[in-house]
Design a protein around this ligand. Structure first.
Ligand code: DX5
Ligand code: ZN
Length: 218
């Protein structure tokens, strides 16, 4: 279905209390929980290995969406699948064989996503769509939360919507999504909105003084 889903990124959560943070976002209406995996090589930051993702699993009652910003990616697909991801998204820029990568994700029985950095044209995924459940359009350069939304990507979202046609493939947008940019990307054709800092404003959703709104308002 084409209804808009909200996928808060726990990259902006309180790292000492993930169980409580995941509960808080799901209580407030999160559809998916977005987990940003970074390797200090494909992107200049380090986050969660498979044991961390495995520890999140029992807390996630909705859908665990694992965004792998790692290269190489193929050697780790099985481990993140075993850790309990529901969807695994790899970057088209992560290696020379993204088609093989999607086949490997599908072989684990998980949903498969393919991500595009801001500098990568939409044509890069044209021949991958039959293996993809989702295309992720990055609206910041990956690596950090709290960056400024790159407006040139809105046109890419619209192009992708046309390329996908009536195939049941989600378009996810990640980076700088907030109450101002969310309607813009939704109108262009995105249906899964990732938001980190806009949800976890003060570093946690558990602090009502810094987080007053229901996340659906994004
Ligand atoms: C960026 C990550 C994003 C990030 C989004 O590398 O993939 O998921 O956490 O954060 P905001 O919403 O703060 O831009
Ligand atoms: Zn992400």
């Amino acid at each position: 279905d084409r209804s808009i889903k909200i996928a808060p990124s726990i990259l902006s959560a309180d790292f000492a209390d993930f169980g409580r943070e995941i509960r808080a976002i799901e209580d407030q209406g999160a559809d998916w929980v977005h987990v940003d995996v970074m390797d200090g090589h494909f992107v200049p930051n380090l986050t969660f290995g498979p044991p961390a993702v495995k520890a999140f699993r029992p807390h996630v009652k909705t859908f665990m969406d694992v965004h792998l910003m790692i290269a190489p990616v193929d050697p780790y697909i099985e481990a993140y699948a075993q850790a309990g991801a529901d969807m695994i998204t790899a970057h088209v820029e992560a290696g020379p064989h993204p088609h093989r990568t999607l086949q490997a994700i599908r072989a684990t029985g998980k949903k498969a996503g393919i991500a595009l950095n801001p500098g990568t044209p939409v044509e890069a995924v044209e021949y991958l769509l039959d293996l993809a459940d989702m295309v992720l359009v990055m609206t910041v350069n990956p690596g950090f939360g709290g960056q400024k939304f790159i407006h040139s990507q809105v046109d890419k979202i619209a192009q992708l919507r046309g390329m996908i046609g009536d195939r049941p493939i989600h378009i996810q947008v990640d980076g700088g999504v907030d109450p101002k940019t969310a309607p813009i990307v939704a109108k262009a054709g995105a249906d899964v909105l990732v938001a980190g800092s806009a949800v976890f404003k003060g570093g946690s959703v558990g602090q009502p003084q810094v987080y007053g709104n229901n996340i659906r308002t994004i």
